[in-house]
Design a protein around this ligand. Structure first.
Ligand code: SF4
Length: 251
């Protein structure tokens, strides 16, 4: 959905994007929220946030919940038309009065403004994430509500001093998902991988422009950068094609 070229480089040729820094603070918020909701799950009652927003649901109990929340297992399914195994780890699952599961995702950030809606362009990824989880659970035979929730924790920066703690405003954002796009996206992804040419770069992405700039600078013998080409650099893995592909040039 983001860039077929990066996807192809990663999944077919085996060159993943460089990892970013781990979001340790976000992970800490996730971890504590899970613990907090688990207390109410064990007691079979609503979390105060659910009471505050009038949500007629409780944190769901299920034998597989830990597996579904684990990054390396998650909720998974084999998509027969592509033979892809698709999986993703959910943050939480609630059960509403109608007996439907509701997907819940925790988000942590620190913004000046109050967060009450998913109205930015980059929120599209969050919405797709929710829709994939709903789709995965339905593929596993569960009845899943199209209504999902984002528990949004916004770190407050208007305190006089840090004082060794960070306070958060917590809002609940309701989102109605529609997973109809998933099947086609997977089929398109398979077609992308089966193709023998690397897809074009995303014109809006700075990174490929950067690589192109490095490559063009290497054409100048007077430029210091010319002594290091992309594939000779020790910091770039040599691509190992999984199948014979043409052309072999990456960028
Ligand atoms: S355009 Fe950006 S996202 Fe796409 S392959 Fe290049 S670096 Fe990756």
């Amino acid at each position: 959905m983001q860039c077929p070229r990066c996807f192809y480089l990663d999944r077919r040729i085996g060159i993943g994007r460089p990892p970013g820094f781990p979001f340790a603070l976000n992970s800490a918020v996730d971890h504590l929220l899970k613990k907090e909701f688990d207390i109410h799950r064990a007691a079979g009652n609503k979390h105060p946030l659910m009471e505050k927003y009038g949500i007629d649901a409780v944190p769901a109990k299920h034998d597989k919940l830990d597996e579904w929340r684990h990054n390396f297992t998650g909720v998974g399914t084999l998509h027969a038309p592509t033979n892809f195994y698709v999986f993703g780890a959910i943050d939480d699952l609630w059960l509403n009065a109608a007996g439907e599961y509701m997907v819940v995702d925790y988000k942590a950030t620190a913004k000046e403004e109050e967060i009450n809606a998913l109205d930015k362009d980059w929120h599209d990824g969050y919405k797709r994430q929710m829709e994939i989880y709903q789709w995965l659970l339905r593929q596993n035979g569960f009845t899943v509500s199209s209504t999902g929730y984002f528990v949004y924790c916004n770190g407050k920066t208007d305190r006089k001093a840090f004082d060794g703690k960070l306070d958060f405003d917590i809002t609940l954002i309701t989102y109605t998902g529609n997973s109809e796009w998933v099947d086609k996206a997977l089929i398109d992804a398979k077609a992308c991988l089966d193709h023998n040419e690397i897809p074009k770069q995303n014109a809006a992405c700075d990174y490929c422009d950067y690589v192109a700039a490095v490559q063009s600078s290497t054409k100048s013998p007077t430029d210091a950068v010319s002594r290091v080409t992309v594939n000779e650099s020790p910091y770039w893995p040599t691509p190992t094609p999984k199948k014979k592909i043409t052309p072999p040039t990456l960028f």
